[in-house]
Design a binder for this molecule. Structure first.
Ligand code: ZN
Length: 433
């Protein structure tokens, strides 16, 4: 369902004209109000009105997460503090978080884009949205919340945690839409099973999952275990929060990125040059309407590709492919590039293997080693040891054949690997220690 038909179906030419106008005004605004950008633009030989066409975007400087850290907390804000009505921050793995501020208009835009996203996923007025994204500094909870209200749905602000209670509420309140991380949805399915609750008897119809990369194989697993349509949503706090891009339920092929507010580019992370349509690279996003903290060519470090091909749903906005990982999640094992999501795809496709796994990378005698701890169906543990050995060998062989990486598969009993109510931890790299 289209939430904002006019903007979601803008013909390409009109969309690009709007992007150019908005880009020009944004560049002029940050040149005038953010010293960091005035310096960076001067250095690139660009002024407040040097953008004459969308092609000129490529001449603008990049913004990195490090730039945001260096200007902690408010250095990149383009609006005065009196106009900032909300502050969010993303948890950094090290040190200080990345801080973002929203004006009234920014919150309004975010709400609209989240409403569009929920509608694209098949949610509508009358739905009961069980929002299990964390509420707090993390943008997930509040972002989805406001969008759900704007859509006219009933939102249950349950947040993360207390999984037994989540399942009881989903049952009793008749939740029809679930929003959380994909790994948490599988944890819920597991807990429900333990409680004797069958997801097929719940009213859930759609699940909107994001905040961590997940594979197509994982989608199959979630859809089977939770008995719903699983939709991929994308967002990051630096750009806005959830609702930057979403799959439409009609096609479930690529995520529409809301191009009237964001200009996406896909670049080669090494050279910074754009890659051709359809080729993989790092996603770079320029925000063209944000007031609080507009960003020019923000390097998301997420790996994807982009297509401008028309979609059967009628939306004209470009689609980015399901994220295959973050450039900083990429593991290099004996010279081979591997994303945890690739390993996940293989594991999920093997009968008897559960989608809970942990990758442990180490270095022994100057050689990288990869151990994959993965849970298997409890019934297998009651079988002969030989069955488990055969399964471990099969995992090792499939990973070697498909990814070219030698690994050691360690099969563990169900519920051995720590569960997460937010983003799952998939990798322990002991080489850095
Ligand atoms: Zn579509």
């Amino acid at each position: 369902m289209l939430y904002n038909e006019e903007f979601e179906t803008l013909p390409r030419q009109a969309l690009e004209a709007l992007q150019l106008k908005r880009l020009q005004s944004m560049v002029a605004r940050v040149y005038a109000s953010v010293p960091f950008y005035r310096q960076a633009l001067d250095k690139a030989g660009m002024g407040p009105d040097s953008v004459a066409s969308l092609e000129d975007l490529q001449r603008l400087p990049f913004t990195t997460k490090q730039d945001m850290r260096d200007s902690y907390p408010y250095g990149l804000f383009a609006a005065p503090m009196e106009e900032i009505v909300r502050i969010h921050a993303s948890s950094g793995t090290t040190g200080k978080p990345t801080v973002v501020g929203y004006t009234h208009k920014d919150i309004d835009t975010w709400t609209e884009l989240m409403a569009r996203s929920l509608a694209a996923a098949g949610a509508h007025k009358g739905d009961i949205i069980h929002n299990a994204y964390g509420y707090g500094l993390f943008t997930g909870g509040l972002g989805a919340h406001y969008g759900a209200e704007r859509l006219g749905a009933s939102v249950i602000p349950i947040s993360g945690g207390n999984t037994k209670r989540q399942i009881m509420i989903m049952q009793d309140f008749g939740s029809t839409v679930l929003t959380c991380t994909p790994s948490y949805s599988l944890f819920m399915a597991e807990e429900a099973r333990a409680e004797g609750v069958d997801f097929r008897n719940l009213k859930l119809r759609v699940g909107i999952f994001g905040a961590e990369p997940w594979s197509e194989a994982m989608r199959g697993e979630i859809e089977a275990k939770l008995s719903l349509a699983a939709i991929d949503i994308y967002g990051l706090s630096e750009i806005m929060g959830p609702g930057v891009a979403i799959e439409c339920i009609e096609a479930k092929r690529g995520l529409h990125i809301w191009e009237d507010h964001f200009i996406p580019e896909v670049i080669n992370p090494e050279t910074g040059e754009r890659v051709p349509e359809g080729e993989k690279g790092e996603l770079v996003i320029t925000t063209i309407t944000k007031q609080g903290i507009p960003l020019i060519r923000y390097r998301t470090r997420d790996i994807t590709s982009i297509t401008y091909e028309p979609c059967i749903c009628g939306r004209t906005h470009a689609r980015i492919a399901r994220m295959s990982g973050r450039s900083d999640d990429m593991l290099i094992i004996r010279g081979v590039n591997v994303f945890p999501s690739q390993i996940e795809s293989i594991l999920v496709g093997i009968e008897g293997v559960e989608p809970h796994y942990l990758l442990i990378v180490d270095r022994k005698d100057n050689l990288d080693t990869l151990e994959i701890q993965v849970e298997v169906d409890e019934r297998l543990f009651s079988d002969e040891v030989k069955v488990l050995q055969t399964l471990a060998k099969r995992i090792e062989k499939e990973i070697k054949d498909m990814l070219g990486v030698t690994c050691n598969a360690k099969l563990v009993e169900p519920k051995t690997i720590q569960r997460s109510e937010g983003k799952a931890k998939r990798v322990i790299d002991n080489r850095k220690l």
